[in-house]
Write a new protein. Structure first.
Length: 230
């Protein structure tokens, strides 16, 4: 490339940049009010979001946890009716979920309420509450899905139970919940007469989680499923 040609291209580039800058400047000058309005709107949204969280949501969250404290104590003592309905001084999980539904405590109250209903034998209501719980990425989500599976097992719907045990298994693989729901999936598969699938679940427990209680018991369940298969 000749020096002259290089200089010509450089001049063209400078002209192009200047033209773009000039057009941008013209746009800003022409639409200054619009741009300021948009910027102001964004700032207002950020300030409103901050104020909502700091002034409204955080105190509400603290209040909800305070109300739910006694319900959690009753839950730990297996006093499920008091945990659900409250004791007259503090709310139960039902009212916490209803009155503080936009807080994390209100969301967690759905989980607790679902387990209470499950333990009380109210399986359909347990399913409704547990399905209302949003666990995000927490391990508790696997427990909630497994509990729905337990409720369906009690209702005699082994297909739905197995479906939820499989969801619990996939939700969060770990040494605590995964072997439990693999074993329960095996039980559900046996109940449905699908012994091949049951053997597969028990074998996964045996091979992946040998040091857990479920892993140590897997061999006898494999033998039982094989006996029924034959």
């Amino acid at each position: 490339m000749t020096k002259k040609k290089h200089e010509e291209e450089k001049d063209e580039l400078i002209v192009d940049v200047e033209e773009v800058y000039s057009k941008t400047e013209d746009f800003i000058n022409t639409n200054q009010n619009l741009i300021m309005g948009v910027v102001g709107g964004i700032i207002a949204i950020v300030v409103a979001f901050y104020a909502y969280n700091r002034v409204y949501l955080e105190p509400l969250e603290e209040e909800a946890h305070g109300q739910m404290f006694m319900a959690e104590q009753y839950f730990q003592k297996d006093s499920f009716d008091l945990a659900l309905n409250g004791d007259g001084n503090y709310l139960g999980f039902i009212d916490v979920a209803d009155e503080y539904g936009n807080t994390s405590a209100g969301n967690l109250a759905h989980y607790y309420a679902g387990i209470c209903y499950l333990r009380n034998g109210e399986y359909e209501t347990a399913i409704e509450e547990l399905e209302s719980y949003d666990a995000g990425g927490e391990m508790l989500g696997a427990v909630a899905l497994g509990a729905i599976g337990d409720a369906y097992m009690q209702l005699g719907d082994t297909d739905a139970a197995l479906n939820h045990y499989e969801k619990a298994i996939a939700y969060s693989e770990n040494d605590f919940t995964t072997p439990v729901y693999l074993q329960k999936a095996g039980f559900a598969a046996e109940e449905a007469g699908n012994f091949d699938k049951a053997i597969d679940y028990y074998t996964q427990v045996k091979e992946k989680f040998p040091s857990t209680n479920e892993g140590r018991n897997a061999e006898k369940y494999i033998a039982r499923a094989e006996a029924n298969l034959n």
